[in-house]
Write a protein that binds this ligand. Sequence first.
Ligand SMILES: NC(=O)c1ccc[n+]([C@@H]2O[C@H](COP(=O)([O-])OP(=O)(O)OC[C@H]3O[C@@H](n4cnc5c(N)ncnc54)[C@H](OP(=O)(O)O)[C@@H]3O)[C@@H](O)[C@H]2O)c1
Length: 306
Amino acid sequence: MTVTTTSPVFVTARYGGPEHQELAERPVPEPRPGEVLIEVRAAGVNPADVKRREGAFGNSAPMPMPMGLEASGVVVALGEGVTALAVGEEVLGAPARGQGAFASHTVLRAAEAVRKPQEISFVDAATLPVAGTTAYDLTHQVEIEAGQSLLVLGAGGGVGRMVLQIAAVHGFAAVGVASAAKRELIEETGAAFVAAGPGAAEAVRDLLPDGADLLVDLVGGEPLRALAPLVKDPAHLVSAADAATATELGGAGRERSEGVLEKIVGVVEAGLVDPHVLETYPLARAAEAIARVEQGHLGGKIVIVP
Ligand SMILES: NC(=O)c1ccc[n+]([C@@H]2O[C@H](COP(=O)([O-])OP(=O)(O)OC[C@H]3O[C@@H](n4cnc5c(N)ncnc54)[C@H](OP(=O)(O)O)[C@@H]3O)[C@@H](O)[C@H]2O)c1
């Protein structure tokens, strides 16, 4: 029998641009108490991977820094004290501190990992710990009711599409603002489409003359400032992209809620939300997968399959 002792892992050697990224080899990590080692089956790629590599979330991690913030896979070893999960179980979650999902193996905190239902593929499951949970929180952080209006800025991206699908489940009257190429993606979810850019605010006002009951932002900056006056109550503005501007405008950044990963897994298992994976890449082409996300203008998710 061959025992795997080293594991390929995609890292950045320092904070900055993609030129510091590389595929490295390291010993297979040992799960510490409360952790599980998984064989990674799929890992979602997010704009946050780029922001973290550039140092936007802090610049004091030990280097090289493993990349990748969400994974699905099979448990292959248990750390001390783990009783809730067993070897061989299929799970998904966010890698523990110091670990990365773009690897053949990674380590998850057992208490934060969730069992993967058979109905969800490893590839779809790998998009839920970051993008899926964000979409869930953004649609529940401020409560609105069926028939009330939801305006989504950046509606055609990985998170935005899931936001619109959740909106459809709740019966919100949704309006998605996105680039012209995303019209079909938006309308497929049952939402009304408004083209991004100059004139977007006027077009939204034509559709929602009394304003929006909730504004979900996935873009931030000036596009957010242009739409913010359209929300009836400034406290009903939540942003995953620009918490500082949202707070300045009277709203808030996304707050992670308790048990949110289980909740979005349940919604996807029920077939109510489809993460819409556009492309998968092998680990050897992780740099290309990250570049696809970094270029922007995506209408769904990119996933690495080691
Ligand atoms: N706080 C958290 O926990 C958390 C979690 C997940 C994501 N996020 C953040 O949320 C944002 C969205 O994430 P994502 O995964 O959905 O990214 P994504 O898949 O790259 O989608 C971003 C979308 O924004 C659109 N966009 C860019 N500029 C726009 C504008 N001016 N008007 C309308 N649409 C515009 C892009 O489409 P076009 O340019 O083609 O129109 C693209 O579809 C990112 O900033 C990400 O870092 C935060």
